[in-house]
Every structure is written in structure tokens, then in C-alpha cells.
Design a protein around this ligand. Structure first.
Ligand SMILES: Cc1cc2nc3c(=O)[nH]c(=O)nc-3n(C[C@H](O)[C@H](O)[C@H](O)COP(=O)(O)OP(=O)(O)OC[C@H]3O[C@@H](n4cnc5c(N)ncnc54)[C@H](O)[C@@H]3O)c2cc1C
Length: 382
């Protein structure tokens, strides 16, 4: 159920104020320490950011997709590492349970994910299974009332701080979608080993690491939906939604980068005038604005389609492909407009330039989005 306009506007205003008054001033501290300050985590919880998309039945705000992307346009105005903490709970960290959990699993985990008491994590990728997720090798063998998990997951967001992992594991040897199941594994389960945080190009504070299963025994009740074989399809559905969320984030970041670039261009003078008066600088501003506007329209359109219950696999892939590539170009132009200053870490554009590189890679690379778009388009026209 959608919020009424006034409540939604109040929420968006509150998030905007929080981003500008609390998060933007803390960006440098986050980049230096690699940790979201605990008082900010508490404020994020109080604002309901961990439960934006989780139903009010489980203490979330129950936003529609359109409402969620509008809030994420605001969250994108600051370092994406802040968003990563809460965004995983409302996206890939909770959606498998929302989509396919049993009533008991929903009741047990969703309220804690919605409040941020529990940090969620989604473990699909492995050292030898990235884009080709169906080839994953982490195994789950039935042993009486338990399953025993073995193998390694790689680059798992929030793993070092997560309380709950949605883990895709093989319950049958054949290379088929229904050979893969999803398990809800709680932190602290014996045999669940979390690797050291990865050293990354950007997004300091958004932690990733390996997750190793060494004869990790989980009760049969940890099987998502109580049924083997639904893990791969659930993952793809989770990613469909995640792709719209990431696209909205890219729109927000591009907006911030454009604002920073325009501010610099109007203040910086060369040849006796602000560089914003040079048409070659204006061309970069215009191209960025046009692409940003196009991405915003696409994301809102796809979000509305999703809210109407339509299949948005193709549209979500289009949004992910276009928005993530778009924010890369906007970041590149923002650095260019800043000249040498854009290469210096005291300007935020330098950090964002590194941060946004990730978006073309995770939750499906740009090439995988192209494959999805082509597959769905050919299917629709044959
Ligand atoms: C910071 C970060 C956070 C992440 N968080 C998570 C997480 O929380 N959970 C999770 O499960 N995973 C996560 N990932 C993993 C991420 O989803 C994968 O890295 C991504 O899907 C790509 O897989 P790969 O790295 O194995 O690259 P590969 O699949 O090896 O791809 C290498 C290159 O080959 C291209 N390629 C592959 N197949 C094809 C094809 N058929 N046609 C054309 N080109 C192709 C790719 O596009 C890419 O350019 C994260 C990754 C990073 C870097």
C-alpha cells in the first residue's frame, strides 16, 4: 500500500535533511576510518532506513518501489557506503525472505532486519562462479534434520558485520536452476567462517569479505521456504528488485556530482572568467544533465511498472545498464571540470569517481545486463 503524499513528502524531506546535515559532513570521516560512526547507524535506524521496503506487518515502512526509489534518489546524494549498510537490509539482504520465506522465517527475521538490529547479507558469488552463478559449488547435503554446508563465497557485502546470511547452495549436482537452494544461516553458527575485509578501490566503509562454510550444520528449518530447489529463481527475483534500487542510487549520485561540478565551475576562474562560461565546460554539464534526467525517468517508469505487478526483468536490466554507465560518465566529467583539483582527495568527486566504478560490476555486470535485455527483447519479438 502506497503512503499518502504528505507522509511520503515528510519522509523524503527527513531523509534529505539527514543526508545534508549528518551524512555529507561525515563523508571524510567514513572514508578515513572505513566505519560508519555508531551514532549515525542509530539515526539511520530511527529514520526507518533499514526497513524501507519491508512490510509494516514486520515493522518496516512498506514503501512501494516508486516510493523506495524516490527515497534512494536522496540517499544517493552522499557516500554510497552509508547506503550500503541499510540498503542491503531493504534489498538483497532481506528480499529472499520477503519473496520466498515461510511465515516463521518472516516473523523471525524481518522485524530485526527492518529495525537494523540484524544486518543482512546475500551470498551468491563464489571464486569460480560470478556471472555464471548457476555454476556455484557451495554444497548443502541433507543429514537427518540438518543440512551440512561446505565451500566458499566471495566478495559478500556486509559479511564482516552481518547477523544473517541468505546463502545459495547446491542441493543437487546437475546444472539446473532447481539444483540450487537458499539457506538462512545465522552468524555464529559453528563452521561459518568470515574472511578478512577485502581491500577495495572505493566505498570505504562498505565491507565485503569471503564467507567460508566448513562442515557448517544448519537445521532443516533454515531452508528458505522449507523447499529445496527455489534458490536460483529467488536470487534472480531478488536481483530484479536490487537492480532498480542500484539504478536509483546512481541517479542520486549523478545529481550530487553534477551539483559539485557546477559549483566548482561557477567559482573557478580562468582566462578572466568563471570556467562555467566556457561552452566546452557547458557541454559536459549539459550531457550530464540530459543523461541524468533520462535515467531518472527510466527508473521511475520501471518502478511504477513493478508496483503495477508487471514483469520488469528487461526494464530493470535496462535501468541498471544505463544508470551505472551514466554515473560513470558523469563522475568522469565531474573530475574533468575540476581539473587538477578533481584528482585530489580533498574534493569529493575524486572519491565518488572510484566509488561508482563498482556499480557496473556487482548485481550483474553491464555485459550481463546486455545479455538479459537482448534475451528478453528477442523473446518478446519472436
Ligand atoms: C564490492 C563488491 C560487492 C559485492 N557484493 C556481493 C554480494 O553481496 N553478494 C554476492 O553474491 N556477490 C557480490 N559481489 C560479487 C559480484 O556480483 C560479482 O563480482 C559480479 O557478478 C561479477 O562476477 P565476477 O567478479 O566473478 O566476474 P566474472 O563473471 O568473472 O566476469 C569477468 C568479466 O567477464 C564478463 N563476462 C562474464 N560472462 C560473460 C558473458 N557470458 N558474456 C560477456 N561477458 C561476460 C563480465 O561482464 C566481466 O566483464 C560483489 C562484488 C564486489 C566487487
Amino acid at each position: 500500500m502506497a503512503l499518502d503524499t504528505e507522509t511520503l513528502n515528510l519522509l523524503i524531506d527527513a531523509v534529505r535533511r539527514f543526508v545534508h546535515e549528518r551524512l555529507i559532513p561525515a563523508e571524510d570521516e567514513l572514508a578515513a576510518s572505513g566505519e560508519v560512526p555508531p551514532d549515525i547507524v542509530n539515526e539511520m535506524r530511527d529514520l526507518g532506513l533499514f526497513g524501507l521496503s519491508i512490510s509494516p506487518d514486520f515493522d518496516g515502512l512498506g514503501l512501494t518501489m516508486e516510493e523506495e526509489v524516490r527515497v534512494v534518489f536522496e540517499l544517493g546524494q552522499t557516500s554510497p557506503a552509508f547506503r550500503s549498510l541499510a540498503g542491503t537490509n531493504i534489498g538483497i539482504g532481506s528480499q529472499a525472505i520477503v519473496l520466498a520465506g515461510t511465515d516463521e522465517q518472516r516473523a523471525r527475521y524481518l522485524p530485526k532486519l527492518a529495525s537494523g538490529e540484524l544486518i543482512g547479507s546475500f551470498a551468491l558469488t563464489e571464486p569460480d562462479a560470478g556471472s555464471d552463478a548457476m555454476s556455484l559449488r557451495v554444497s548443502a547435503e541433507r543429514d537427518g534434520d540438518f543440512y551440512v554446508l561446505n565451500g566458499t563465497k566471495r566478495y559478500i557485502t556486509n559479511a564482516p558485520i552481518a547477523g544473517l546470511f541468505s546463502v545459495m547452495a547446491r542441493t543437487a549436482p546437475e546444472r539446473r536452476a532447481n539444483s540450487i537452494s537458499c539457506f538462512l544461516v545465522e552468524a555464529g553458527t559453528p563452521g561459518l567462517i568470515i574472511g578478512k575485509p577485502d581491500k577495495k578501490m572505493g566505498q570505504a566503509g562498505a565491507l565485503t569479505s569471503d564467507v567460508v562454510f566448513d562442515n557448517c550444520r544448519v537445521p532443516a528449518s533454515a531452508l528458505l521456504g522449507g523447499e529445496e530447489g527455489n534458490g536460483f529463481r529467488t536470487s534472480m527475483r531478488v536481483l530484479d528488485k536490487g537492480r532498480l534500487h542500484i539504478s536509483a542510487l546512481c541517479v542520486g549520485i549523478a545529481d550530487r556530482l553534477l551539483r559539485d561540478a557546477v559549483k566548482y565551475a561557477t567559482e573557478r576562474k580562468q582566462f578572466g572568467q568563471p570556467i562555467a562560461e566556457f561552452q566546452l565546460i557547458q557541454a559536459m554539464i549539459a550531457d550530464s544533465q540530459a543523461e541524468l534526467y533520462a535515467a531518472r525517468c527510466m527508473v521511475l517508469d520501471a518502478a511504477r511498472m513493478r508496483d503495477r505487478g508487471e514483469n520488469t526483468t528487461m526494464q530493470a536490466a535496462c535501468c541498471k545498464l544505463f544508470s551505472t554507465e551514466m554515473v560513470g560518465r558523469v563522475a568522469d566529467r565531474a573530475v574533468q571540470i575540476h581539473g587538477g583539483a578533481g584528482y585530489m582527495s580533498e574534493y569529493a568527486v575524486e572519491r565518488f569517481y572510484r566509488d561508482v566504478r563498482l556499480f557496473r560490476i556487482f548485481e550483474g555486470t553491464s555485459q550481463i545486463q546486455q545479455l538479459v535485455i537482448a534475451r528478453e527483447t528477442i523473446k518478446a519479438h519472436s
